[in-house]
Design a binder for this molecule. Sequence first.
Ligand SMILES: [Ca+2]
Ligand SMILES: [Ca+2]
Length: 308
Amino acid sequence: MKTLFFVLIASLSLCAAPRTLTLLDGNDPKSYGTTVRLYQPTPYGGFGDEQHRLRITRNGKVVKEWKDFSIKPLYTGDLDNDGYTEVAILEHSGGMLCCFEIYIIRIRPEGIRISWFQFFNAVGARAKDLDGDGRVEIVSLDDIYYNDFGMSPGDSPDIEVVFNIEKDDTPHLRPALMKRYTKPHYYDHFTSDGPFFLTDKMKNYEVSASTELIETVLFLMYTGEAAKAIKAMVRYARFDKDFDVNETLQRLIESMSHSIFWPDICAVNGWCKASASSMKGRGVCEPLEGKAIIRTLRFAKEVLMENP
Ligand SMILES: [Ca+2]
Ligand SMILES: [Ca+2]
């Protein structure tokens, strides 16, 4: 009975204590004395403000500490295959869909460097070397579109992206890996030939077909198949008379131009100024103005409308 009592007390104390995760141990030779620890409040106790804390120390001295509504580990290891360790974390500052940040903490002999970039909705973000080339891919949602289609967050379109973080901290899309791993559920339905129809699942779950369409269209544009995207929209517009291809295109291009992947989207579709695109390679795509792209795409649409 006495033993049971002590076990009970010990369990209660454990429940009340915040959970501590050591993301990087200062004894690891590749840490150069850097320890990265995450303190997570427990559901029934812990921090009074229920916030997560991340603390970075080097040789026992605190060099950085911050707290937010939610901080989750994303990856610890060599993210970009340069021989040095990175710690990637996902921070959520609150709100239903907004705002998430991915932080990259670079551990180097001379010190640490922290950079970050923002996602609207990064629920379920994960990191893994998908193609075995030594560079780690991050898979997450690019959800900038929920603001732009006048829909509730649950119905708004989003796209699952696969990207690498370069040594200069810029994210770069991996369209080929997206084709292999993140095809939207209704991809085949929207890209096949013949008249469009609602599937039983679409009817049963009252899924907005145009949201599903936009997700497929985004996927096609992010992976360099804009012509196929237009074809899917034209086919759908014959089914849904309220669907305006021109208007949707315009909103899509405008929204896309706010994505952190916009230079990549332009590069993969060839929407770059001639002088820049002729050089090929990364970082040289100077995007066309949105209006010029819309003109090109509308022309493609007119051709398709006349020759289905
Ligand atoms: Ca590295
Ligand atoms: Ca890889």
